[in-house]
Design a protein around this ligand. Structure first.
Ligand SMILES: Nc1ncnc2c1ncn2[C@@H]1O[C@H](COP(=O)(O)OP(=O)(O)OP(=O)(O)O)[C@@H](O)[C@H]1O
Ligand SMILES: [Mg+2]
Length: 234
């Protein structure tokens, strides 16, 4: 497989010189195209910081982040915006849907940002919500809202899908269904999917597991034969 993402000696510091907080401390890893990656680690380990830098929502203090060979860590605001629009689909823990728009409209909204979008209906069907397309977020369950937000993230047809605890606000069963969908998108649509989770049980489903602690990489493991989410005995 082709190397898609390279983090090289990446550092992210917050605060002032006097009270410096090192959120990400000389981190190195690579992710290949089409990989399903799970990032694990305790609260404060630096997981979200890594994901936000990867998604072009934050920039490192030092080090190099390359996507498809292109350095993204030194882009200006405009270039960052283009990078996000063209490459990244982001799934949030609390869905971030617009309450006054229907499921369909929330997914179709991406048209405002990118030209070549996937048909919102096709995506709502893929996440099992075609019948619910005219409902507002308040009329949908948590799992359904998260599936709308996955459809929205996919609608730009991004190379990379990032999820920061995408199952964090869901009950166990619904969380598994959402994860199953993400694994399916990864395998069937050849997306590179990277999710942060607190649920270590998800590790067996990933191609690659990145374990973080105190801003550093503790361990990176490769699964020779990852388990399909649907076959895990939760
Ligand atoms: N904007 C910020 N300003 C200052 N410190 C920050 C900021 N963002 C993160 N940090 C600090 O950096 C460290 C790593 O934070 P991060 O959010 O990446 O952790 P996390 O692994 O995602 O934790 P959690 O599992 O709780 O979400 C924490 O100590 C946090 O307080
Ligand atoms: Mg976090």
């Amino acid at each position: 497989m082709k190397e898609l993402i390279v983090f090289e000696d990446v550092v992210k510091e917050y605060g002032t010189k006097e009270s410096k907080q090192i959120a990400v401390n000389h981190v190195n890893f690579t992710i290949e195209e089409g990989e399903f990656v799970v990032v694990l680690g305790q609260s404060g380990a630096g997981k979200s910081t890594v994901l936000n830098m990867l998604g072009g929502m934050d920039q490192p203090t030092s080090g190099s982040i390359r996507i498809n060979g292109a350095e993204i860590s030194r882009l200006n605001d405009n270039q960052m915006s283009n990078y996000r629009a063209e490459n990244i689909g982001f799934i949030f823990q609390f869905y971030n849907l617009l309450p006054s728009l229907t499921a369909y409209e929330n997914v179709a909204l991406t048209r405002e940002i990118v030209k070549d979008v996937i048909d919102p209906l096709e995506l709502l069907e893929a996440v099992g919500l075609k019948e619910h397309r005219n409902k507002f977020p308040s009329q949908l369950s948590g799992g359904e809202q998260q599936r709308v937000s996955i459809a929205r993230a996919l609608s730009k047809n991004p190379k990379i899908i990032l999820g920061d605890e995408p199952t964090g606000a869901l009950d166990a069963e619904t969380g598994v269904a959402v994860l199953e969908l993400l694994q399916k998108m990864c395998k069937e649509r050849k997306k590179t999917v990277i999710i942060v989770t607190h649920n270590a049980a998800f590790a067996q489903c990933a191609d690659k597991v990145i374990r973080m602690r105190s801003g550093k990489i503790r361990e990176i493991t490769l699964n020779e034969s990852p388990v399909p989410v649907s076959e895990v005995n939760w």
